[in-house]
Design a protein around this ligand. Structure first.
Ligand SMILES: Cc1cc2nc3c(=O)[nH]c(=O)nc-3n(C[C@H](O)[C@H](O)[C@H](O)COP(=O)(O)OP(=O)(O)OC[C@H]3O[C@@H](n4cnc5c(N)ncnc54)[C@H](O)[C@@H]3O)c2cc1C
Length: 471
């Protein structure tokens, strides 16, 4: 065994969290080692999550646009269309991303190693390469950014052929005729709406009466309506009695209420579980919590102060954007650099069709905090840009304090929601007043105009309250 190599910071995992942690460390002039067990860099975000699912989504939207443009010709996608054709640009996107990231790591002088890392003690890591060679690293600080994988409880017999998880879903060769999805979280809902738009008969099943319980339920109701208008079915309030491949053509799922759902394929989408097993955390003095991940403080510091953890491995929300920010802030904290409080305003973006996005308080949270917040609404059907593009199933909700003065949050469902939310985010971070949306001139026609319409709605309601109070 060679003597350990000393670094200032050693980071385990080259997904979004690990990459941003590494770049931050190098930019501060530190010697950084980044250890990744896979050949490529980018984590589940690049290979099994964000980029593949959004590439498929783009194909679904593109096909839908073609379908709408050629309604007279009854354009229809082939029933046995190959998934690879629908992911035609994926390899190119992944390759471009990989090349860009590798260059960025090299340019910043980050040492990238490929192998599986585990702690020997709280200051030493051992990495085993695919050829079995072992190498040790010591450091002042460590960042664990090992991400997560699909949570597949044993009662759901995932075989990756008929019963799939989100890692194996896109390895299907052909587009199935029918797909049952267990789990109404982000991944379940995104795939449900994508496959429904591609013409697959989708049944989305969940314990809760409505999906996406953490989102504003008015937005969710609009999503469910759009999904069902496209032929999808949401079955809420359900438990699963059994699920099995019939050995011939279908997966047969028996629900708690006795309903039998038969589908060509089934997706288990029951959340994520942190990758902690390989790390030998006990040797570093660390313990996993009841959720199977590491607990951290607001600076992503674990119970061992020089060991940080960031991204999916510390739990929800499992978002690449959050992972990047946590990677960055963990290293800034380790190096005593100013951090800022951006974590309180992380936006949520859900790439369902239609999209959803959220920042700050929703109506429920605002009602718990203030007795009577004012909620302004702008329906996309009132917005010229949405009328032109034929995508008027959208809504922007602006939440204000009971006087209708200060912005508390924004919730959006509809075309471009995940982009539009950033205008609200900037306003929220600056402590903007509702009037500032009325004093601003927006391009016409734009979706952003919805902000002005919602703000006017708030001012109208505030004026009525004042009149009622004066009477
Ligand atoms: C289907 C799907 C769609 C998604 N869509 C979106 C989206 O639209 N927007 C969004 O923001 N997020 C999305 N996400 C979530 C996003 O992909 C994750 O939040 C993000 O990848 C988490 O980054 P991370 O760095 O924490 O972990 P990961 O990306 O999982 O990276 C962890 C890395 O650590 C490596 N590793 C693990 N153990 C070891 C070890 N012992 N030694 C060395 N290396 C190790 C892994 O190989 C991996 O490369 C989606 C996820 C899925 C599954």
């Amino acid at each position: 065994m060679s003597t350990p190599t000393a670094y200032d910071i050693v980071i385990i995992g080259a997904g979004p969290a690990g990459q941003k942690a590494a770049i931050q460390g190098a930019k501060a002039g530190k010697r950084v080692a980044l250890i990744e067990r896979e050949r490529g860099i980018g984590g589940s975000c690049v290979y099994r999550g964000t980029i593949p699912s959004k590439t498929l989504r783009e194909s679904a939207l593109h096909i839908n646009r073609l379908r709408r443009a050629s309604e007279a010709f009854e354009f229809r996608i082939k029933p046995d269309a190959e998934i690879s054709a629908l992911l035609s640009r994926l390899e190119e996107v992944v390759q471009t991303h990989d090349t860009f990231m590798s260059k960025q790591l090299r340019r910043n002088g980050i040492s990238l190693f490929h192998g599986r890392a585990r702690f020997l003690n709280d200051r030493t890591i051992e990495m085993q390469s695919v050829d079995g060679a072992r190498q040790q690293f010591t450091a002042e600080h460590f960042v664990i950014a090992t991400g997560s994988r699909p949570r597949n409880p044993p009662e759901f017999p995932v075989d990756h052929e008929h019963i799939l998880d989100s890692d194996s879903l896109l390895s299907m060769i052909y587009l199935p005729r029918s797909l049952a999805i267990i789990g109404g979280g982000v991944i379940g809902c995104e795939y449900a709406s994508i496959f429904a738009l591609l013409g697959v008969q989708v049944t989305l099943i969940d314990r809760a009466t409505a999906p996406l319980q953490f989102m504003d339920q008015e937005l969710v109701a609009q999503f469910v309506t759009s999904f069902e208008q496209r032929g999808g079915q949401y079955l809420g309030g359900q438990t699963i009695n059994s699920m099995a491949w019939d050995g011939a053509t279908q997966v047969v799922t028996i629900l708690g209420d006795g309903q039998i759902i038969k589908s060509e394929k089934l997706l288990v989408a029951l959340g994520r579980q942190a990758n902690v097993e390989d790390l030998n955390l006990a040797a570093a003095g660390l313990q996993i919590n009841a959720k199977g991940s590491l607990s951290v403080n607001q600076y992503c510091q674990t119970d061992v102060p020089h060991i940080y953890a960031a991204g999916d491995m510390v739990g929800a929300p499992a978002l690449a954007s959050k992972a990047m920010e946590q990677g960055r802030r963990s290293v800034r904290h380790a190096l005593n650099l100013p951090i800022g409080d951006a974590l309180s305003t992380i936006p949520l973006g859900i790439y369902t069709i239609p999209e959803m996005a959220s920042i700050g308080m929703d109506e429920k949270a605002a009602s718990e905090r203030y007795r009577n917040p004012i909620v302004g609404r702008a329906k996309f059907e009132e917005i010229a840009r949405a009328q032109i593009s034929g995508s008027s199933d959208g809504l922007l909700k602006m939440i204000a304090d009971p006087r209708g003065e200060r912005l508390l949050g924004i919730q959006i469902v509809g075309e471009s929601a995940t982009e539009l939310i950033h205008l609200g985010q900037m306003a929220l971070q600056q402590g903007a007043m509702i009037e500032s949306f009325i004093d601003s001139v927006f391009n016409f026609p734009t979706y952003a105009e919805a902000y002005r319409v919602a703000a006017l709605d708030i001012l109208g309601q505030a004026a009525k309250r004042d009149t009622a109070a004066a009477a």
